[in-house]
Ligand binder design. Structure first.
Ligand SMILES: *Cc1c(COP(=O)(O)O)cnc(C)c1O
Length: 415
């Protein structure tokens, strides 16, 4: 991409953009929430739609001159409906957190009760963490995964729901490697007369491609982000049945947001269009096959995987058995120094702290975009194991780093 205009007026920012492009090209992005959007999506997001105010919805805006804003928003909505099979879609949330905020604002009052997965077990801040608005406005209780198996403890969820009598149950997670039984959670929500919000932020693409079961048509609301396993640029989305259409539209705007980010909505339209191509199903299948291959390879090196494996795009490694003296934060730093970029992560039954947890989380969505298949992914698994075994050994780190460079060169990006 050509940044000649930024370069002419603002070389410091131009340098940072070029450096970041270079960083993405020459490192392995294994942060499970990241991906590489296409140049087409990035072009749409960088377009003159950033200038346009379009408060309201297609055909009913509060400003003049919205005819082309209507075109891109209607395309984004229609394509999203086709991808996920939802009755009603709102593509205006600025992010996944704003999508959740809009659902809470539409359906709950301050003081109402939310039951969600504990953050340390794979939940998300916006599901009611004390540092998040949701934790401060609502009365929040958590369910957990079974610390032995790493799988969701649906019985504990049902028992807690019985006792706590929540107004909303939130499902959908940030660091859960297994398929979610949406129906089972929905039955619990029905039994206690709570709304069910399924937050598929991480797995929007896997659900769209049919490689993970869909909560659409089961949960009352499905929220998501548009930049993780689907490559539609940074943003959020909400889906629901027709009966909640007005409530959610009013909650997104004017409830929690002002003017929609029309440039991002243009990016969503392009990215959703790309995902409607049959090749996207192949991509999503490869993402999961790669995550399984990565998990198998790490396990072969003696690493413990939470839940013993994965059905999704990510693996969660509990370092306590294999590397009791190595924290997730130190592992993250050592790997980053070789160009393998992932994050330290809490694990069920965490015994360190969220700032320096006991695990690492690795995803395959971005590498799969670059064309990585199982063989190359298994080699990445070998490299990760080498670094974890010798995180301070200069020779090992240099050798891994060299191999990372070669793997990046063999899987070019943004040419
Ligand atoms: C990533 C994520 C979100 C959305 O995060 P944003 O950064 O606000 O887009 C919401 N819920 C879960 C479970 C997530 O993992």
């Amino acid at each position: 991409m050509d940044y000649s205009h930024v370069r002419a007026t603002d070389p410091a920012v131009a340098d940072a953009i070029v450096d970041e492009t270079d960083r993405q090209r020459t490192t392995l992005s294994m942060i499970a929430s990241e991906n590489h959007a296409s140049a087409a999506v990035i072009e749409a997001q960088g377009s003159v739609f950033t200038n346009k105010y379009a408060e309201g919805y297609p055909g009913e805006r509060y400003y003049a001159g919205c005819q082309y804003a209507d075109v891109v928003e209607e395309l984004a909505i229609e394509r999203a409906k086709e991808l996920w099979g939802a009755e009603h879609v709102n593509v205006q949330p600025h992010s996944g957190s704003q999508a959740n905020m809009a659902v809470y604002f539409a359906m709950l009052s301050p003081g109402d009760r939310i039951l969600s997965l504990e953050l340390e077990h794979g939940g998300h801040l916006s599901h009611g963490h004390p540092a998040n608005f949701a934790g401060q406005l609502y009365d929040v209780e958590h369910y957990r995964v079974d610390p032995e198996t790493g799988y969701l403890d649906y019985e504990q969820l049902a028992a807690t729901a019985d006792e706590f009598d929540p107004d909303a149950i939130v499902s959908g997670f940030s660091a859960y490697p297994r398929q979610v039984d949406w129906e089972r959670i929905d039955a619990v929500a029905d039994a206690v007369d709570a709304i069910h919000v399924a937050d598929i932020a991480h797995i929007t693409g896997l659900v769209a491609a049919g490689v993970h079961p869909s909560p659409v048509g089961i949960a009352d609301f499905v929220t998501g982000s548009t930049h993780k396993t689907i490559r539609a640029g940074r943003g959020g989305i909400v889906m629901c049945g027709e009966e909640h259409a007005d409530a959610i539209d009013n909650a997104v705007f004017p409830g929690v947001q002002g003017g929609p980010l029309m440039h991002n909505i243009a990016g969503k339209a392009v990215g959703f269009g790309e995902a409607l191509d049959p090749s996207f199903t192949d991509y999503a299948e490869q993402v999961v096959a790669n995550a399984r291959a990565l998990g198998d390879q790490l396990a072969d090196h003696g690493l413990s995987l939470v839940s013993g494996g994965t059905d999704t795009h990510l693996v969660l490694v509990d370092l306590r058995d294999s590397h009791p003296d190595l924290s997730g934060g130190d592992a993250e730093d050592a790997l980053d120094s070789t160009g393998i970029v992932l994050n330290g992560n809490t694990v069920p039954g965490e015994t360190r702290s969220p700032f320096d947890p006991s695990g690492i989380r690795a995803g395959t969505a971005a590498l799969t975009t670059r064309g990585f298949e199982e063989d190359a992914i298994r080699e990445v698994g070998d490299l990760i194991a080498q670094v974890l075994d010798a995180p301070e050994d200069e020779e090992t780190l240099a050798a891994v780093s060299e191999r990372v460079d070669e793997l990046c060169a063999a899987h070019p990006l943004y040419e």
